[in-house]
Design a protein. Structure first.
Length: 388
């Protein structure tokens, strides 16, 4: 873990206001009708893409399936502006507005009269590379019981009367639905104490806690949607790696991310370690062991930086850890990078989505690297210091 060598007060001016995940609109505005079929059990395949559960759904009377992120932690289902245009909805419905779809079809099950919020993916937005159509949120998910099989990449879902148990469950975590229908659990962390957090099954990310003042200790990071795919222009957080976390009766070592103005959430860095049953009838989550190796938890890059890239802009520093080798060498957010080792920066990526899918693998593990900043003829040597 990189040591945070500078006090928080030095960076207070860089903090920005983050958009909270829970909407300000009253919960009843987003309430969707239950499925048209009162007794059912169906199976929906998914793709585990960039740490997100991605499924296909059909909307209204359209026959072409569209890719959606399935996220129990999303308070409301959303559709993008591109999806609105595909459905032929009026141009007057702008981003942030709520409209109601006649039908939302998941496999063979139809959800009628579903309120959705219109979202706008500007420029090179990460969701376009994951599932451009939108998000299936709690106003749909709350009407079913679910079994999420990460090994087989299947969602088995049923009416609420049928309980879907997790085979050989090793943990049962009780939850309380929020007014929006999201499952909320109690957690405790070594760094931040006790709190409540939304179980965002389906969304990438570690355990995240909101705090008005970022704590001492851990590693302060700045991120421009490189690691956190839904980051604001520049997000600031303190990251605690391999720290003690308790969710219900489950104790584990994981990554804790502390930010300001964000909703407390637990993402797939935990949930993808298990196959699990999400039972809204009994208000619990049952966890059972996976046959395959679980998805590894998030870890900071060894050199403490990763680039930000779009085809229309220079390669810049888009993620950096305060006190890391990159920070100590003088790299800062937004610095233009002309060359990495012997490769000119434009040659690293030809496509934005290819960059997103490979940037962590390419820049997380190296322990040594030469970087040429814009206008500099001399390289900056980055190297992990030997431990005493």
């Amino acid at each position: 873990m990189f040591r945070n060598c500078l006090a928080f007060s030095l960076f207070a001016a860089l903090l920005i206001a983050f958009q909270a995940c829970s909407p300000a609109v009253a919960p009843e505005v987003y309430q969707a009708a239950p499925p048209s079929t009162s007794v059912f059990r169906d199976t929906l395949p998914f793709e585990f893409r960039e740490g997100f559960i991605v499924v296909r759904a059909r909307l209204n009377d359209k026959s072409m399936p569209l890719d959606f992120i399935w996220d129990s932690g999303a308070a409301v289902s959303t559709i993008s502006q591109a999806t609105r245009e595909y459905l032929g909805l009026p141009n007057s419905i702008q981003a942030g507005a709520v409209t109601t779809l006649d039908a939302f079809h998941l496999s063979g099950i139809t959800f009628p009269t579903v309120p959705v919020e219109i979202v706008n993916y500007d420029g090179y937005a990460a969701p376009k590379c994951i599932a451009e159509a939108g998000v299936i949120g709690a106003n749909i998910i709350r009407h079913c019981n679910w079994y999420i099989d990460f090994d087989q990449q299947l969602l088995i879902f049923s009416d609420l009367a049928q309980i879907l148990p997790a085979p050989s469950a090793v943990h049962t975590l009780p939850f309380k639905p929020t007014p929006y229908g999201q499952p909320e659990v109690r957690i405790a962390t070594a760094a931040m104490g006790k709190a409540k957090a939304i179980a965002s099954i389906g969304q990438s990310g570690p355990v995240r806690i909101s705090s008005k003042q970022l704590p001492d200790g851990g590693s302060m990071v700045y991120d421009r949607a490189v690691v956190d795919r839904f980051a604001s222009d520049i997000d600031t957080a303190v990251v605690f790696e391999n720290t003690g976390i308790q969710v219900g009766g489950l104790d584990f070592q994981g990554t804790l991310k502390v930010q300001s103005g964000r909703q407390n959430q637990i993402g797939n860095a935990l949930w993808a370690r298990y196959n699990l049953a999400l039972n809204f009838k009994e208000a619990n989550i049952q966890l059972s062991p996976r046959a395959e190796a679980p998805t590894p938890d998030f870890s900071l890059p060894k050199l403490g930086w990763m680039p930000h890239f779009t085809p229309k802009s220079d390669l810049t520093v888009g993620f950096i850890v305060v006190g890391s080798p990159a920070w100590e060498a003088g790299l800062r957010m937004g610095d233009v990078i002309n060359q990495i080792d012997r490769r000119a920066s434009p040659g690293w990526y030809n496509d934005y989505c290819a960059y997103l899918s490979s940037v962590q693998a390419q820049f997380g593990a190296p322990e040594q690297m030469q970087v040429f900043k814009n206008g500099s003829k001399q390289p900056i040597l980055l190297s992990v210091k030997a431990q005493p």
